[in-house]
Design a protein around this ligand. Sequence first.
Ligand SMILES: *Cc1c(COP(=O)(O)O)cnc(C)c1O
Length: 453
Amino acid sequence: MNVINRTAPENLREKHIEILKKKQSTLFLNHEFKISEETTEASNPRESDIQHAACLLDRFAPLLTDLFPELAKTNGIIESELTPIKDMGRRLSELAGVDLKGSYWIKGDHALPVAGSIKARGGIFEVLAFAEKLAFENELLTESGDYRLLKSDKARELFGRYTVTVGSTGNLGLSIGVAARALGFAACVHMSSDAKTWKKERLTQRGVQVIEHRADYSEAVRAGREEAESDPYGYFVDDENSRSLFLGYSVAALRLKQQIEKAGLTVDAEHPLFVYLPCGVGGAPGGITFGLKHVFGDSVHCFFAEPVESPCMTLAMLHQFARYPSVYEIQLSNTTEADGLAVGRASELVGDIIKNMLSGSFTVPDDDLFLYLYLLKEIEDIQIEPSAAAGFAGPGLLFGSEAGQAYLADGDLFNALENAAHIIWTTGGSFVPAAEYEKFYRKGLKISSPNNG
Ligand SMILES: *Cc1c(COP(=O)(O)O)cnc(C)c1O
């Protein structure tokens, strides 16, 4: 395990970048991390913005129940479960060769209804917020009105004039495409080269225009932005710069708070909460971190997980979130089976907001993703996609690396570890076709027992 020191970031940057280039699983601490009493800047966005986002989702709930029958059981709320994974936690301990103290849970966004991934939170929120704005401007609706009116021919005719466009590695396209089409918008998704074929097909079947690019995610986003800007009826969901997406994700924290209470868990200084979040451009894990910090303050510790070939947010963090390069500039390929995380350059908007909130980030080789994917199926009978497996490396790195030990010592956390809860955020997977999943699973099986075939 690599030795990482939290002091003197400038002097260590070169060394850390050399470590990144070795493409091994490594935990890095965030030098800009501050406890809440050290932060002086007023927060932007504000806490009330999270509440406003939650209220918008509540207003739309009756309409969503009508549009998506699978939401009937939750009355139109798109939410996932918090599930204990005691046996998987034990297995992670064995793998790490250290006693991973505390309780282990997953936050199962792999099973989020409608979109099948964490993108259901931000993506659907942004489409709804745009629809609401149009409806208000055109006096089809007031905030206290019946949102099911938006199913009317008049509303659909209005929405049908607009095209919602997005650039995506796959899952954001699914989320935006499905939500936009359900309301009657035209939808166009610019897909990066790493997007899986089944994701493109699923969208085409729903009447979404899919434009394939041979280039990476940033290029797909750029192409989408350009196209939408030249169209007066175009609306672009900007995954690299969207406050709306970010706030949609942040609502997860309010919901998780309720689930934590319901599960009988306590989160406070003596009962810390560690959360491990797979990171692509940063919006989803960033929005959730922002929300969790508002809810739990210094008692929550958020770590991001990235593929070894696409550590874009780690790289931003090593540059104090300012003037940072892309992963290509340090000779990494941005090629990974974790398509949801295949992003070469992190969002500046997100970096700015979370720079004092993020505890650290870690990298994971693809082989480990498949191993965790396989073990989660074997041990807990839960199916996820490779991107969603990245967080499982976190606890082993926190307990088993010098960087992790330094973090725990700095935060005076050793005495609280017995009472800690660890939540691994599983971010996607329930829509993966069976044949595709089978391939992932077999790969994981092979990695878990290299001598059997
Ligand atoms: C998009 C995605 C993420 C990360 O979200 P970002 O906003 O890109 O950081 C994580 N997991 C899955 C499955 C995703 O699709």
